[in-house]
Design a protein around this ligand. Structure first.
Ligand code: KG4
Ligand code: ZN
Length: 348
């Protein structure tokens, strides 16, 4: 406890970011340290799980120490340790979990395990939002609301009933949207991670140049399917190559992005209609996409929906969101035991 504030130390290591953060009273981010492994994995064109685990192991103690130091607090002043327990790359999750357990055991602090997706959702509670809809304001978001989580591993529409209880309304039946971005970037020769590169290239292209199919599944369904769009892009590029036609990469990127965003917007608007929620949050790595942020904002404004999008730094993997979700979980369910397991797959 510092200045009467409850301090949560968050730890995240489920994919290729080793991250630690100290958050006061669940929402005020005092420090947010992220050691990215992008440069290590990009030569392989994607995350190599075993290499990720080794680098988490090397980085975790330094990252945690730095997060505590930058927060201005000491380890004694930390009230709670919150850590991602899954879903994610199992070896990677284990490093963060083992480290958090050791810290909690050695210092006698309570420990909570956090579902990674609940962390992404909690990012919308953090202060310092820049979505344009709430810039410069204290973030007073409270459940219930609808959340669209778009990341490298997940594309899900989730009804957030309260800080801990969630109801999964729909998710992808094949590729996650971030995965589709990464694969399209690879065939365009843009490198890894593809999302930000497609985002940048799409700004120079025409979004209606190529009509990639929008897959909407059955009427009223809130599930997603992105493998068809991804295959459509790959086929388009292969046919162009075979016919000796030059590929306008920026038009491909812009048209692919437009078809993905159209599907995300249609499904999200349908979910808002079905549930009656008037507040939407957008989070996960792909929520840092500039076109998605802008188009979702326009649609929400037209429909009179309040939209909350975390700053890009809180959209991609970070530990502040884990500290926030852990704070609320501890408040309603108490601490987890030191025998808590890591999970590669974990339902909400
Ligand atoms: O949430 P995140 O950091 O990790 C997971 O939990 O998966 O999301 C990573 C994903 C990657 O697929 C990356 O390409 C995508 O988010 N991404 C983006 C952008 N920035 C990151 N996709 C589209 N546009 C972006 N600006
Ligand atoms: Zn994530």
């Amino acid at each position: 406890m510092k200045d009467g504030k409850f301090l949560t130390l968050g730890i995240e290591s489920s994919c290729d970011e080793t991250a630690a953060s100290v958050v006061a009273d669940g929402r005020e981010v005092l420090s947010n340290v992220i050691a990215s492994q992008i440069d290590i994995h990009k030569v392989f064109g994607g995350v190599v799980p075993e290499i990720a685990s080794r680098h988490h192991l090397t980085a975790i103690n330094f990252v945690t120490e730095q997060a505590i130091a930058e927060s201005g607090a000491s380890m004694e002043e930390i009230d709670l340790v919150a850590v991602t327990e899954g879903p994610g790359l199992i070896g990677a999750v284990l490093i963060g979990l083992a480290s958090a357990k050791a810290l909690a055991y050695a210092t006698g602090k309570p420990l909570v395990g956090v579902h990674h997706i609940k962390g992404h959702i909690a990012a919308a509670y953090l202060e310092g939002l820049d979505s344009g809809s709430k810039a410069g304001m204290t973030n007073d978001l409270e459940p219930p609301f609808l959340s669209l989580v778009v990341s490298g591993g997940h594309t899900s529409l989730i009804e957030v009933k309260n800080y801990c209880e969630m109801n999964l309304l729909g998710s992808t039946r094949d590729d996650a949207v971030g995965e589709a971005y990464d694969k399209v970037a690879r065939v365009l020769g843009l490198g890894y991670p593809g999302g930000p590169k497609v985002d940048a290239l799409a700004k120079e292209g025409n979004p209606s140049a190529i009509d990639f199919k929008r897959v909407l599944l059955e009427k009223g369904s809130l599930d997603f399917s992105f493998s068809g769009i991804k295959t459509g892009v790959i086929n388009y590029i292969n046919s162009a190559k075979q016919a000796g036609r030059e590929i306008a990469a920026a038009d491909v990127a812009a048209s692919f992005q437009q078809s993905v965003i159209d599907v995300l917007v249609i499904k999200t608007m349908e979910a808002l209609k079905q549930t009656g929620h008037r507040t939407l949050t957008l989070s996960g790595g792909v929520a840092s996409n500039s076109a998605l942020r802008g188009i979702m904002k326009e649609n929400c404004e037209k429909a009179g929906i309040e939209l909350v999008i975390p700053s890009p730094i809180f959209c991609t993997d970070n530990a502040a969101m884990i500290a926030c979700a852990g704070y609320y979980k501890y408040g309603s369910e108490g601490a987890d035991g030191l025998d808590m397991d890591a999970h590669a797959v974990l339902s909400l």
